[in-house]
Design a protein around this ligand. Structure first.
Ligand code: ATP
Ligand code: BTN
Length: 327
């Protein structure tokens, strides 16, 4: 109902309360209550007894009423479930999978108190600064192809961020990737992708595909200062989270539609290699059996990292078992 009221108000002019209640079949007091709820979410709505209501400003929040219209007709288009604050959008998505939520369900949060990265690491999401999104998918791929979906997601996020930044600043953005899930800007981590799934031997039951992006975060003085960055600290201006989130979801939807049609996955590894910071670099990999050093030769058709070993030979590494550091 709030979305419908917003739609009525979205004209920049005064609209009489009477007209809104007549068009939506609501009492005047129900309209007033919804206006109150919208104001509490950050919408600035003027009310005048003579002229009615006028929408003056909308918050830059990933609210269903604002995000969903931007995704109309896209392959991943919601429903959008929004939290002002939650432990982790990925955790919320997991509950929604168990409750039978449809493919394309998007979980968004303004803040996460227990955000998580790969291998149980912490992911910091301060209120209102970052993008934290999780998308529920039921892809008909085999479990061995799931890592490619993670790479495709990082590629989609990179593409979306690059286009939005270029459009907003007029300058091309050099956004890199670091296998398997990191998004980098000027040598620092600006975002990450987390793919969680449940599968049988030959069938993926569900995937929760998550993206975290540092948009307007300020890491100055924080323990992450040296390793993390945000779009705002690099370009010294704020960016619209709604616009960025919509761009990321649309790009992800495009990639996912290609994958659903059986066309997308083969090209993912080639494309990822083009943007991978690690390609051609000497790296140290911590694997379960200990540290392995080598030179990154690329990514194979299952999304594994190919490591050329000093003694000759190549090793293919699954993302689940390793953490890559530049020595
Ligand atoms: P790799 O994924 O290659 O093993 P990584 O250190 O980047 O290495 P991840 O699990 O991908 O590890 O990311 C989680 C790490 O990211 C955390 O340990 C923390 O150091 C860092 N981190 C946490 N929150 C943020 C954030 N908002 N922005 C950038 N980095 C963050
Ligand atoms: C990583 O770099 O290791 C991945 C970070 C993924 C962070 C996102 S934010 C939205 C979703 N919820 C989480 O708790 N994690 C992911």
């Amino acid at each position: 109902m709030e979305a419908k009221i917003l739609n009525e108000l979205n004209r920049g002019k005064y609209v009489s309360g009477e007209a809104v209640s007549a068009r939506l079949g609501l009492t005047r007091s129900a309209v007033w209550k919804n206006i109150g709820a919208l104001r509490r979410q950050g919408f600035v709505i003027e009310a005048s007894t003579r002229r009615g209501y006028r929408l003056v400003d909308t918050p830059d929040k990933l609210l269903p009423a604002l995000l969903q219209p931007l995704l109309k007709g896209a392959p991943i288009a919601g429903p959008v479930i929004h939290f002002q604050k939650t432990g982790s959008t990925a955790g919320e998505a997991r509950l929604l999978v168990e409750a039978g939520s449809p493919e394309g369900t998007i979980v968004a949060a303004e803040a996460q108190t227990k955000g998580r990265g790969r291998m149980g690491r912490k992911w910091i999401t301060p209120a209102g600064d970052a993008i934290a999104l999780s998308v529920i998918l039921y892809p008909s791929i085999s479990p061995s192809q799931a890592p490619l979906l993670g790479l495709a997601t990082a590629l989609a996020a990179r593409q979306a961020v690059s286009s939005v930044v270029e459009k907003e600043t007029g300058v091309a953005a050099a956004i890199d990737l670091k296998w398997p899930n990191d998004i980098y800007l000027a040598g620092r981590k600006v975002g990450g992708v987390l793919v969680e799934m449940s599968a049988e031997l030959d069938r993926v039951r569900w995937v929760i595909d998550s993206i975290g992006l540092n948009v307007n975060n300020d890491f100055a003085g924080s323990p992450l200062e040296k390793e993390a960055t945000s779009l705002s600290s690099f370009w010294d201006r704020r960016f619209g989270r709604l616009e960025l989130a919509a761009a990321v979801l649309k790009e992800l939807g495009r990639a996912y539609a290609r994958i659903r049609n059986g066309r997308g996955l083969a090209a993912v590894a080639r494309e990822f290699e083009k943007h991978d910071l690690l390609k051609g670099r000497r790296v140290a990999v911590s694997a379960p059996e200990g540290a392995v050093e080598g030179t990154v030769a690329g990514v194979d058709s299952e999304g594994r990292l190919l490591l050329r070993l000093p003694g000759g030979g190549v090793r293919a590494l699954f993302s689940g078992e390793v953490s890559v550091r530049r020595p």
